[in-house]
Design a protein around this ligand. Structure first.
Ligand code: ADP
Length: 239
């Protein structure tokens, strides 16, 4: 084994380290129970499980919408002091793209984050153009997201986080309401992403082509974590 490479692995913090995370919503509903999950930089992991298993709740902890000392992202605890940096590095794409697209044009939606970082106008323009290009939406800059197809909206929402140069892409049910073509186009966009990918979905056959690793949730607990084929078998048995 290459000793140098070994050291590098030891020195690079995990993209995501979750240690015994439990969460209960303010109304008392239990959502996560002692979940431990470590994801390395560059890994692609699908979180699978039935509705209500706790997948979305876990995702909300990754960019600090919910905060817990049990969660570390790129070596940083997710807390008030690190929130700004974490929100740049972790791009959370919501299930409903309408929650992410609220400007008059797609261009403005994608420029919104980089402009808030007070980047120079030229850099903002470059990021908008690159991110729309990489999700196959070049030429749609002036359209309102309202007039896009569901698949295009989902890809526009991904462009908003790519424009922030997110290193970790976190998606909640990305294929919901997509037809076959939309699913294929989304697959291609995500497959080209070089960073860490975390996808919560019950569309596990689509996700298996993208993610070699799966984590199976059930009633807030992590039931299985491993190679996608084996974890899918466990999910099917559970159903
Ligand atoms: P999944 O994403 O796997 O469908 P969720 O994380 O959305 O699961 O839900 C986990 C549990 O938390 C469920 O019992 C769900 O009803 C509950 N839950 C989710 N959001 C809220 C909320 N805002 N308030 C109270 N309970 C919630």
């Amino acid at each position: 084994m290459d000793g140098g490479a070994n050291w590098l692995v030891m020195l690079t913090p995990a993209a995501i380290a979750i240690d015994r995370l439990s969460y209960r919503y303010p109304d008392g509903t239990p959502a996560l129970d002692e979940v431990t999950l470590h994801i390395n930089t560059g890994e692609r992991v699908a979180l699978i499980g039935n509705n209500g298993a706790g997948k979305s709740t876990l995702l909300l902890h990754l960019n600090g919408i919910l905060q817990s000392p049990a969660v570390t992202v790129l070596g940083m605890p997710v807390e008030k002091a690190t929130l700004r940096e974490i929100r740049q590095k972790v791009g959370l794409v919501f299930q409903n793209p309408d929650d992410q697209l609220f400007c008059a044009s797609v261009e403005e939606d994608v420029a919104f984050g980089p402009t808030n970082l007070r980047l120079p106008a030229e850099e903002v323009r470059r990021r908008v153009s690159e991110s729309l290009g990489s999700v196959g939406l070049a030429g749609h800059e002036q359209r309102s997201a309202f007039h896009l197809s569901t698949g295009q909206k989902k890809r526009a929402a991904i462009a908003t986080v790519l424009a922030m140069k997110a290193e970790i892409l976190v998606l909640d049910e990305p294929t919901s309401n997509l037809d076959l073509r939309g699913r294929r186009e989304l697959f291609e966009v995500l497959n080209a992403f070089p960073g860490t990918l975390v996808i919560a979905t019950h569309d596990f056959e689509w996700a298996a082509r993208l993610c070699p690793r799966m984590a199976l949730f059930d009633h807030g607990t992590l039931l299985a974590d491993g190679l996608s084929g084996a974890v899918m078998d466990q999910f099917t048995a559970l159903k």
